[in-house]
Design a protein. Structure first.
Length: 481
């Protein structure tokens, strides 16, 4: 039976996840009849239902059978004892992992793939937006909804921008013509076990890029440089970007405004100016990856830069949830210490600009460490990253399905910190504390997995309804919604 043809019924287990929801949208665009289940209700699940996916809450064999699917796709988190998986097995249906589905969907596509420990979603989203603005009518599949399109997936021309996933090696099964490596750092060691094993997997995958393809590598990241060096030894074409003096495409004349950064680039692309709406040095590197990719593909650099100026970010990437009486609540997926540090640094640059203009400004980081294995392995690194904030609120580790690790967690992080910090035992307590301590000009960052986003929304509601806690509105510089 040919997979994913018009009219075929496909059921997706864990359809509300970032990657699985994108697959659902691609299947709908191909003409499949899509159903799906997830463990809990969510905004994304509601959006999928509104778009025509027959989605429901809970994993139930009877509900699955009522949909009468022809095939089942499941996420990595779904185990063989899942009742819908067991029902599919009993019915003899094709059962595909997320990686299996991606390989099938992207067959015959002209793939640009972004991989790396950090920055994949933003870089891939920037690429997709630029390709749209350049009139290339791209398809894309990324890990978060893009602000300008309000979706994380699109099925159009054969040019396909895709965010690869190293957490379970699914991204290493694709066949890109252009591979972008943003950075390589130890993470997901619950799957890879050792950093050497992860590094080897990146290098082996880069060597599979065809001879007429390109590997675009961040020269500022040691892990990415190693991947590029291994690819060159394998005879592949490698182009580098970054602030390093030996990068093929270089950042020079770096600057930061009240909100977005700017940079002039030199080297293979001469004297092109790039300005962004999204903050942070890390996003300038992401944009440089896009400019470099556009260069090897023959895109007009001035048009690419103009498209980047209009990029509005994605869900949970420095996403402003609300600004209430000068208090700005921002939610970000940063969960690895490197990403936490980059996000706080971006907020501090905005706060610095406001302070120079005479406005009070503090950066308050609300961190919910994501996964016990990551927290235990990076306790010191978390402390160093969080020390970049002016105030820190620590929540318990969010580790669904994991066994807590003795000696790890927020208190272990707090003992290594120098910045003023407080531990709170619940999200409700965090909201109450933040509402009481906040003042006009503050930038409050919620950092971590999907669960901490609830704090951002609850805090926005609490601030809006808190008539007794009066703030003097901050002056300008992004203080208004």
């Amino acid at each position: 039976m040919s997979l994913f043809t018009v009219g075929q019924r496909v059921h997706i287990v864990a359809v509300g996840g970032a990657g699985m929801s994108a697959i659902a949208r691609i299947l709908m665009a191909k003409g499949c009849i899509v159903s799906g289940s997830d463990v809990a209700a969510s905004t994304r699940l509601s959006a999928l239902k509104a778009e025509g996916v027959d989605a429901y809450v809970g994993h139930d064999a009877q509900a699955f059978a009522l949909r009468n699917p022809d095939a089942l796709i499941h996420s990595t988190a779904i185990k063989d004892d899942n009742p819908e998986m067991q029902a599919a097995q009993a019915a003899g249906l094709p059962i595909l992992s997320r990686a299996d589905a991606l390989v099938e969907l992207l067959r015959e596509r002209d793939v640009i793939e972004v991989v790396g420990t950090h920055g994949k979603t933003t870089t891939a989203s920037m690429l997709a937006v630029c390709a749209i603005e350049l009139g290339l009518d791209p398809s894309y599949l990324v890990g978060s909804e893009i602000a300008q399109t309000q979706t994380n997936a699109r099925w159009a021309a054969p040019l396909m921008v895709v965010e690869g996933d190293e957490s379970d090696a699914s991204g290493f099964r694709l066949h890109p013509r252009v591979l972008i490596v943003t950075n390589v750092e130890a993470d997901h060691l619950d799957f890879w076990h050792t950093e050497d094993e992860l590094d080897a997997a990146f290098a082996q995958f880069a060597a599979t890029v065809p001879d007429d393809g390109y590997i675009v590598v961040c020269a500022d990241d040691e892990g990415a440089r190693k991947v590029g060096a291994a690819a060159q030894l394998a005879g592949r074409r490698v182009v580098t970007y970054g602030s390093s003096a030996d990068a093929d495409v270089r950042m020079v004349e770096l600057g930061f405004g009240s909100r977005g950064p700017r940079v002039r680039i030199d080297g293979a692309i001469t004297h092109e100016q790039v300005e962004l709406q999204v903050p942070g040095l890390h996003n300038l590197r992401n944009a440089l990856a896009v400019m470099t990719t556009g260069h090897v593909l023959g895109w007009d650099p001035s048009k690419t830069a103009e498209a980047l100026r209009g990029f509005q970010s994605t869900r949970r990437r420095f996403e402003t949830i609300a600004t209430v009486e000068g208090v700005e609540v921002i939610d970000d997926y940063a969960h690895h210490p490197t990403a936490v540090a980059a996000t706080i640094d971006a907020a501090q640059r905005i706060a610095h600009s406001r302070r120079e203009a005479g406005d009070p400004a503090r950066v308050i980081a609300v961190c919910q460490p994501y996964r016990w294995y990551r927290t235990a392995a990076n306790t010191t690194e978390y402390a160093v990253a969080l020390d970049l904030a002016d105030e820190v609120v620590l929540l318990d580790v969010y580790g669904p399905g994991e066994t807590p690790i003795t000696g790890a967690g927020p208190m272990a992080i707090a003992t290594l910190m120098h910045t003023s910090q407080q531990y709170v035992p619940s999200k409700e307590a965090a909201v109450a504390l933040l509402a009481a301590m906040s003042r006009s000009g503050d930038i409050i960052l919620t950092l971590g997995g999907e669960d901490v986003r609830n704090v951002a929304h609850a805090l926005a509601s609490a601030l809006s309804g808190d008539a007794q806690h009066t703030r003097v509105p901050a002056r300008g510089h992004g203080a208004a919604t």
